[in-house]
Design a protein. Structure first.
Length: 262
């Protein structure tokens, strides 16, 4: 019995020494692996930070769809607001927000709801008017031009009320990014109760293509290289740029600033 006990002890001793050797080796190996992982993470992080484009606007939550910018333009080159514009709210409001928009831009779809919120708070009291101008990014959204023409036809047939009703419905139903079925243009016309015969005639004529091109040229001349691109105009004539789908709080801040201008 005594010999058996000694044998068991001698057999266990080499196993413990081997375990200690493995543990001693595992520490430096773990340090090397950890160092490699950290270095790789730093490298990947650095690569991502240089490849991500800067977000448009002053707020990190803002976003827009951009085109290559050839000429930065100037706010002062914006075409004056006139009776020919699509104006929602009081035409004599002390502050006007001129929005250049693309009906297939997902950020414009989001910003459209933001602007309706602006009008709920400031439009009903006559403090702010919303001016809508066409800015289809044809390189990204081939369907946007015909959609813009459809809104113009709605305005021709039913005035400001029908223009805005058509535009609201279009933004409501489009999936954005060139995803709207062209048949929806006729469905929307029926939804807002336009004369379908006159609407189809207008839409097929292409009569507003030149107007849309002029709006687009006006947008780029005024500094727009993506949508939505907006300019807040104070009563004094001072202009504040608003790039991208800025959150409501940011828009409200600029409105309050513009309202202080006399």
């Amino acid at each position: 019995m005594h010999e058996e006990h000694n044998n068991e002890m001698h057999e266990a001793a080499p196993q413990t020494a081997s375990s200690q050797q493995k543990n001693n080796l595992s520490v430096p190996i773990a340090i090397v692996i950890a160092g490699a992982l950290i270095a790789g993470a730093v490298y990947l992080s650095a690569g991502k930070s240089t490849s991500n484009p800067p977000v448009a606007g002053n707020n990190s939550a803002a976003a827009n769809q951009q085109l290559p910018q050839e000429d930065p333009g100037s706010l002062d080159q914006m075409a004056p607001i006139s009776a020919g514009d699509h104006i929602r709210g009081n035409p004599n409001a002390p502050v006007k927000i001129v929005e250049y928009s693309d009906t297939e831009c997902p950020f414009c779809k989001r910003f459209h709801d933001t602007m309706k919120q602006v009008m709920d708070e400031y439009g009903k009291s006559g403090k702010v008017a919303w001016v809508y101008r066409q800015f289809p990014l044809t390189q990204l959204h081939s369907k946007a031009v015909k959609e813009a023409e459809a809104t113009e036809c709605a305005g021709e047939l039913g005035g400001q009320d029908k223009f805005w009703a058509y535009l609201d419905r279009l933004f409501e139903v489009t999936p954005s990014n060139n995803g709207l079925d062209p048949m929806e243009l006729h469905n929307i016309a029926a939804y807002v109760e336009l004369d379908m015969t006159l609407f189809n005639t207008c839409l097929n004529s292409g009569k507003y293509a030149q107007h849309i091109q002029e709006d687009t040229q006006d947008a780029t001349a005024a500094g727009g290289n993506g949508t939505p691109w907006s300019i807040i105009v104070a009563k004094s004539g001072k202009k504040y740029p608003l790039s991208g789908a800025q959150p409501y709080a940011s828009v409200k801040q600029l409105i309050e600033l513009a309202l202080q201008e006399k």
